[in-house]
Design a protein around this ligand. Structure first.
Ligand SMILES: [Ca+2]
Ligand SMILES: [Ca+2]
Ligand SMILES: [Ca+2]
Ligand SMILES: [Ca+2]
Length: 252
């Protein structure tokens, strides 16, 4: 066989539209990840950065106003996220964690455990975990109205640290349990055990407010095709998420 053939195949694949939507590889942690808002684990040092730079709502901020990037790892029990966020003003003006949580600064992690895509607004086909600065985790429940916000604090463990001077560089470390679409609040069931080669629907975003009535910027990890000019589709439609592929054990 021509030794160049696999290379040529690879080159042509990298030019195809399919390659653009290739899953992001996520490598397993080789030792315990401690959720302390510090990226001191050697696995974090090895993992690749991904940009958080796709516009969803508002204008594009300057890098001091908001900028962000993230890394991912996994083990049997958790998907781990390390987000490095720069934000000039940190605010949480809605003390009720179920009230307009998207208009406070918050990190939003979208998870579709089976990468099915599709509507998840009032179902658990996928989750939109809004992690507030105080650590509360809010999402819509499965009642068909806007008052169905529930807290899912036991799905997500998080801790952040920051620099003392603005613009603050925040290191936000998160462990997420992945629940299947059979989850419901009456009988939650168990989160799935993660395994190599699993494909997961995933997107990350940051809601940045620095003192306005509503959030000033909403910036995400993946480009979203607008529907009637609206790119804020992640909380409704899991089909706009990207995909992750959990990779087998590595020695880095
Ligand atoms: Ca840590
Ligand atoms: Ca800001
Ligand atoms: Ca799903
Ligand atoms: Ca802010």
């Amino acid at each position: 066989m021509n030794r160049l053939f696999p290379l040529l195949l690879l080159a042509s694949a990298s030019c195809s539209a399919e390659a653009v939507s290739s899953p992001q590889p996520v490598y397993p942690a080789t030792s315990k990840i401690t959720i302390d808002g510090k990226a001191q684990e050697k696995d974090w040092q090895h993992a690749d950065w991904y940009a958080l730079d796709h516009h969803i709502i508002g204008d594009m901020p300057t890098s001091e106003d908001f900028s962000g990037r993230y890394k991912l790892l996994w083990d049997e029990d958790y998907l781990y996220l390390l987000a490095e966020i720069t934000d000039d003003v940190l605010i949480d003006t809605h003390p009720d964690p179920k009230d307009a949580y998207w208009d406070d600064d918050c990190l939003e992690i979208f998870i579709d455990e089976d990468a099915s895509g599709g509507n998840h607004l009032y179902s658990f086909n996928a989750f939109a975990y809004h992690i507030a600065l105080d650590g509360n985790v809010a999402d819509f429940g499965n009642a068909q109205n806007d008052n169905s916000v529930i807290l899912l604090n036991d799905h997500v463990t998080s801790k952040w640290t920051r620099q003392t001077e603005s613009p603050y560089r925040i290191v936000w470390e998160v462990a997420v349990k992945l629940y299947p679409d059979t989850f419901n609040t009456a009988s939650p069931g168990d989160p799935v055990n993660l395994k190599a080669n699993k494909i997961i629907g995933f997107m990350l975003a940051y809601c940045d407010n620095d003192g306005s009535d509503t959030r000033e910027h909403f910036i995400g990890s993946h480009a979203i095709e607008p529907v009637n000019g609206d790119k804020n589709r992640g909380y409704i439609d899991a089909s706009v998420f990207g995909k992750l592929e959990l990779k087998p054990k590595t020695a880095w």
